[in-house]
Design a protein around this ligand. Structure first.
Ligand code: KIV
Length: 308
């Protein structure tokens, strides 16, 4: 008999490279907290991204631009604690990698202080120098091109598919190649027409992980709240596999109804003590006890005079 849990070990970027080389489609999901990370890890997800989508889907900000390093580290630590197997990737937030020095310092915090095994940074050609510096320093980097939410103000504000014109398609291809050459182990392609995503995927020798980029990328990533039906807005590229919003609302309503009816907590959720010990504590006799009733009056809570 084999010992079941002993061979659970943390995946590395080399394992992801092997999945890619074996032609397996690679799934990645985002997570921001301990219980979700634990469930995804138990389900066997190979990569978990602690995305800066945290800001919008878990912290209620308008955009990802408001997310800080401290918030990212806090949530990455929780995800790392919840996982034993998945490769955990920390998403470097806005302006945390504007110079190679900042990038090294902040990537170091993700790996050293939060326990991530890799980081993700947005941008193609413009970020290649930073990716290279990180990789040279031993930090595994996932790139992210196409729609890059941190630069949404520069990209015209409105969420939009990227690379549709001749020039934009060419520049996206150059971005992908620049990030690969800089040493990234994988690249997220976000909101890219499927034909262009297929071409980029076929020209690279590292995996592309698509979101809104069609079915031909090497893997897929989704934001966990979209997958679980937990958001107020469902992007076109997302498919909900559950309706947690409905499930949570239904559970809350059912519980409130039980509280109102006095049926929560019931015997299963309630602890009793030995009645005789309570009688002794209160200095009362069994005869003083109202049969079966819990006496919550002030007098019933304090010792009787004869006990004082
Ligand atoms: O922050 C995030 O969740 C992401 C994914 C959409 C790839 O960057």
């Amino acid at each position: 008999m084999s010992a079941p849990s002993q061979d659970v070990r943390r995946l590395t970027v080399s394992d992801i490279g092997r999945l890619y080389a074996d032609g397996e489609r690679i799934p990645m999901l985002t997570a921001y907290d301990y219980p979700t990370a634990r469930i995804l890890d138990d389900a066997g997800i190979p990569m978990i991204l602690v995305g800066d989508s945290l800001g919008q889907v878990a912290l209620g900000y308008e955009t990802t631009v408001s997310v800080t390093m401290e918030q990212m580290l806090h949530h990455t630590q929780a995800v790392v604690r919840g996982t034993k197997h998945a490769l955990v990737i920390g998403d470097m937030p806005f302006l945390s990698y504007s110079s190679a020095e900042d990038a090294l310092e902040n990537a170091g915090r993700f790996m050293r202080d939060a326990g991530a095994q890799a980081v993700k940074i947005e941008g193609g050609v413009r970020s290649a120098r930073i990716v290279e510096a990180l990789v040279k320093a031993g930090v595994p980097v996932m790139g992210h091109i196409g729609w890059t939410p941190q630069s949404q103000h520069g990209l015209g504000g409105k969420v939009k598919v990227q690379g549709k014109s001749k020039d934009a398609a060419r520049s996206l291809l150059s971005d992908a190649i620049a990030i690969q050459e800089a040493g990234a182990f994988a690249i997220v392609l976000e909101l890219v027409p499927e034909q262009l995503a297929a071409v980029i995927t076929s020209r690279l020798h590292i995996p592309t992980i698509g979101i809104g980029a069609g079915p031909s990328t090497s893997g897929q990533v989704q934001v966990i709240t979209d997958l679980l039906g937990l958001g107020t807005f469902k992007p076109k590229h997302a498919r909900a596999y559950a309706d947690l919003q409905g499930t949570i609302a239904e559970a809350a309503r059912a519980w409130m109804a039980d509280v109102a009816a006095g049926t929560f907590p019931g015997p299963a959720e309630t602890v009793r003590m030995d009645d005789e010990i309570l009688d002794e504590a209160l200095g009362r006799h069994a005869d003083d006890r109202a049969p079966g009733a819990v006496d919550r009056s002030v007098g019933a809570m304090i010792p009787l005079d004869r006990d004082l």
